[in-house]
Structure formats: structure tokens, C-alpha cells
Design a protein around this ligand. Structure first.
Ligand code: SF4
Length: 414
């Protein structure tokens, strides 16, 4: 399968005859390429970090094919053909929220509470118990912000989950919730994160980051924690020796330099703590929210963004794409543009993607389907736990039904 872009061919399966180093060297030999792009390619080939201005330059001037070659070179240096996923389920305590982020398709204000849900502790634990005996390794807890879900409530929830199922990794909440509940409890971030760890919290997902720069954040998410507060809470968590992820909501009213500013702040914190595992660019979706007038980015722009993230975030081990948000086909393509993780085998426990207008309205995928999705584009499927320990290497696993010949839909870029 070949995906052609203006100057360079990117092979969905690497059958070009050239290895990734030779592909970058081919770029360097291209006399038509600008000096700036030559310099960036040279830096990537030699493992050097690119600057803020070079990041902006890539967004403004680099073609998809060029970006794909560089991003895939880095991806394969770090991970070869390995592509990670995990088996998890989502626990969404509520979709009611005291905040009113303009891009949010998920939450309902408290005055619209008849359109929402707010689970009790017992209901949440019943959801956890539904997975008893299932081979899931993680519960991902995320939702809206409500006063009744405070430090005491979440501490009790994390403790009860760990008591019920000690092997289930609790990945929960974002600095948006933590800032709110710590402020209410009048405790500082360091104390709060220590309490959460003692209660059973094991890692923090990447949400709530949006775009850090106040020029944009104040227009789309003005009342919740600031970009700096988001970074401070992750820093306190990392100081406890714990890991977390980071996201960036892109493709709305921000300029390219806001994206680079966002990534620069993450890269700088990562230099100090090393606590981030994964960077997850999140595509802005425009359905059912207050920014429906803002057009969405194209698939080409999405792939360019993954690739630039891979090139710029040199100290992040992993770049993740949520297949449920960007479609299965785009997730397959993204594996050649720097992405090495396509999240998990969701069942239908999350409504976050579908409510925002994602392609996947019922985002469920079995392990077999997810493994096949990865194998179809010539990559190796690795089931990981939250901390990227290998749970199962699916390279030689053959599912029963696979023994018969099957025909697959090929990924197509419009
Ligand atoms: S994005 Fe999060 S904090 Fe903002 S309104 Fe939605 S649920 Fe609330």
C-alpha cells in the first residue's frame, strides 16, 4: 500500500527498499529543499533537538511527505515497528460540570441537569465490578467537575477500587479536577497529590491541557485551571516518582505558534522531571458545542500535526492517537507519522468521543480487531499496561478466525 504526498512516498508498509535513515538522507540530498528544512532534517538525523522557531517553520512550510519521513525515522529509532495499545475501561462519574468550556460537547451545566448523569459511589463501584474476571489492566476515570466529588469522595473511590481489585491500575482525573478539589479543601498541590497517591491513584491522564497560552485558553476554557497550574500539578505528581500523560487540543482558534508554545512548555517540564510518558494531540471536533462555527482540520493537517509533535517532543517516549476520535483508517495512517500508540480496546463505556461528533459513534473494538488494525499496516501489536510494560506481544498470536482468508478495507486519504 502506498500513500503518495507531494515530494516523497511514504509506504504504509515499509517496502520501499530504503530504511528510514536512507529516506532521511534522500531528503538531505534534495537540492530543491529550503535551507531551513535541510537543517531540520540534519538535526533529526543526528538526534538533535529542534528550536521553537523551527517548530513553527515546520507547521508553516513543511509538506506532509517530508514530515512523515522525519517522524517515522524517530518513531522507528525509538520503537521499531512496535505499536502499543491497552485494555481498559472508562468510568465517567458525571457529565455535569461547573465549568463552561466553549469546545466541550460532553458536559451539561448544572441547570441542564436533567440531560446529565451523576453517579453515586455505589454505582461507580458496580461499574468496576462488571469487569471482574475481564482481562483489563486499567480504569480510566474522567468526567465533569461537581462540588460533591471532593477530596474525600475521590480518596474513598480510589481506595475502594484498589481494595476490590488491587491489580487494576487507577488512572484518574486531570489538573482541572485536582485544582478545583484542592482549592475547596484549602490544601496545596503537593499535599493534595500526596493524599491522592496514598488513596490509590497511580497515574494521571493527559486531559485538561487544551492550549496553555492564556490568549487562547481564556477564550475557550476561561474559568478552569490555568496552563501554568496544569503544569504545576503534573510537576508535583512527578516529584512523587509518578507518571502522567499530556494532551493538546488543536485545530480551533489557535495559531501554529500557540501549538509550539504548548509543546515547548511540556518539553521543558519533561526535561526537569522525566515524568511524562505520552503526548496525545487531540483534534478539535465541532459538533454539539459552542464552537460549531469553527471548521475542523483535514486528515492531512492531523497527520502533519502528529508528525511535528513527534519531531518536536524529542524527550517524550510515546505519541498517541485515539482511534475512536480520528477514525480507524486515520489511526492506521498515523502509525507512519510518528504515532506508536493507538490507545485501547474500548467498549462502549465512554461518551466523550461520540458526543463531540467523532467518526466512532459507538467506539468499541475487540482485542482481535485492534490487533488486526495494527497488523494490516505492517506494524507489530503490543498490548501494554498503563506504564508501558509489555502484557502480550501479539506478533505470533493467531486468532481462530484469522486462519481463513480475509479481505480488508484499505486506508484512503481524501
Ligand atoms: S472540558 Fe471538562 S472542565 Fe470543561 S466543561 Fe467540559 S467537562 Fe467541564
Amino acid at each position: 500500500m502506498i500513500f503518495k504526498s507531494p515530494h516523497y512516498c511514504i509506504f504504509v508498509q515499509n517496502k520501499s527498499g530504503m530504511n528510514t535513515t536512507e529516506q532521511v538522507e534522500k531528503i538531505l540530498a534534495d537540492t530543491n529543499l529550503s535551507t531551513e528544512l535541510q537543517n531540520i532534517a540534519h538535526k533529526v538525523l543526528h538526534g538533535e533537538r529542534i528550536t521553537f522557531d523551527e517548530g513553527v517553520h515546520l507547521y508553516e512550510h513543511a509538506e506532509l511527505g517530508y514530515l512523515g519521513v522525519l517522524a517515522n525515522f524517530i518513531r522507528e529509532q525509538k520503537h521499531g515497528d512496535k505499536t502499543y495499545f491497552n485494555r481498559n475501561f472508562h468510568l465517567e462519574p458525571t457529565n455535569l460540570c461547573v465549568y463552561d468550556c466553549k469546545f466541550c460537547s460532553y458536559s451539561r451545566l448544572i441547570k441542564q441537569k436533567e440531560e446529565g448523569w451523576a453517579l453515586t459511589m455505589e454505582q461507580m463501584l458496580d461499574i468496576v465490578k462488571k469487569y471482574d474476571g475481564e482481562p483489563v489492566t486499567e480504569v480510566h476515570i474522567v468526567g465533569g467537575v461537581l462540588p460533591q466529588y471532593d477530596v474525600a469522595f475521590y480518596s474513598a473511590l480510589f481506595t475502594a477500587i484498589k481494595q476490590h481489585r488491587p491489580d487494576l491500575h487507577v488512572k484518574a482525573l486531570t489538573p482541572v479536577e485536582y485544582h478545583y478539589i484542592f482549592k475547596k479543601a484549602k490544601i496545596d498541590y503537593a499535599t493534595g497529590m500526596r493524599l491522592m497517591k496514598e488513596a490509590g491513584l497511580e497515574s494521571i491522564p493527559g486531559g485538561g491541557a487544551e492550549i496553555f497560552h492564556p490568549e487562547i485558553r481564556e477564550q475557550i476554557a476561561k474559568d478552569k485551571c490555568t496552563g501554568q497550574q496544569w503544569l504545576d500539578i503534573h510537576e508535583e505528581w512527578h516529584k512523587l516518582g509518578m507518571r502522567s500523560n499530556a494532551t493538546m487540543l488543536y485545530g480551533h482558534i489557535e495559531k501554529y505558534w500557540h501549538r509550539v508554545d504548548h509543546m515547548a512548555k511540556l518539553r521543558e517540564l519533561q526535561d526537569r522531571t522525566g515524568g511524562f510518558q505520552t503526548f496525545i494531540p487531540l483534534k478539535f471536533r465541532n459538533q454539539h458545542n459552542q464552537m460549531s462555527n469553527v471548521p475542523e482540520t483535514s486528515v492531512i493537517e492531523d497527520l502533519r500535526n502528529y508528525a511535528i509533535a513527534r519531531i518536536y517532543m524529542d524527550n517524550f517516549d510515546h505519541i498517541k492517537a485515539y482511534w475512536a476520535m480520528i477514525s480507524r483508517e486515520t489511526a492506521q495512517l498515523s502509525l507512519n507519522y510518528g504515532v506508536d500508540d493507538i490507545d485501547g480496546t474500548l467498549d462502549d463505556t465512554t461518551k466523550i468521543y461520540s458526543m463531540a461528533g467523532a467518526e466512532e459513534q459507538t467506539p468499541a473494538m475487540s482485542t482481535k480487531e485492534l490487533v488486526n488494525l495494527i497488523k494490516q499496516v505492517g506494524r507489530k501489536a503490543i498490548e501494554r499496561d498503563t506504564l508501558y510494560n509489555v502484557v502480550t506481544d501479539f506478533e505470533h498470536v493467531v486468532f481462530e478466525e484469522e486462519k481463513k482468508p480475509q479481505y480488508y478495507k484499505l486506508p484512503v486519504v481524501n
